[in-house]
Write a protein that binds this ligand. Structure first.
Ligand SMILES: [Zn+2]
Length: 151
């Protein structure tokens, strides 16, 4: 952080304190060049994630919608609800980590596929058939064949 007095960027944290129910952290910093101290606050930024749909429309990312889509693909399979929650959590983390507030729905679909592939093969095929909207039987067969090859 740049020192407000001498503009140097060499500083060290001398004290950290969590405030307001843990939603922010107050840090006391000391400039290593001029020795003066200043305070900085660190807040969590939960930027709203947006999804760009295939038709170009934007909508707010919905964890519930994602979970629902995955749960549908896993219907009547032996996938634990906890596993589905984990996949949702992993994907949400992945989207957040991109530092990009907008993600294409197709990319999210590919993330889901990556996880389902190791979780349950039938769920994977089901999800793929919806998400990639196979145009005909041969596309579906290709996906199934690719699945069987599995690296
Ligand atoms: Zn300074």
């Amino acid at each position: 952080m740049r020192c407000p007095f001498c503009r140097s960027q060499n500083d060290k944290v001398v004290n950290s304190r969590t405030c307001q129910d843990g939603e922010s952290i107050r840090r006391r910093r000391e400039c290593l060049d001029c020795g003066r101290r200043f305070t900085a606050f660190e807040y969590i930024e939960m930027a709203e994630l947006r999804v760009i749909k295939r038709n170009g429309q934007r909508e707010t990312f919905s964890r519930e919608k994602l979970r629902h889509g995955i749960a549908l693909a896993c219907e009547k399979r032996t996938v634990a609800a906890e596993d589905i929650d984990n996949v949702v959590h992993e994907i949400e983390k992945e989207i957040h980590n991109r530092m990009d507030q907008e993600t294409k729905s197709i990319e999210i679909g590919e993330m889901v596929l990556k996880h389902l592939r190791t979780l349950d093969e039938v769920a994977y095929i089901r999800f793929a058939s919806v998400y990639r909207s196979f145009r005909d039987v041969s596309q579906f067969r290709d996906a199934a064949v690719n699945l069987l090859k599995k690296d």
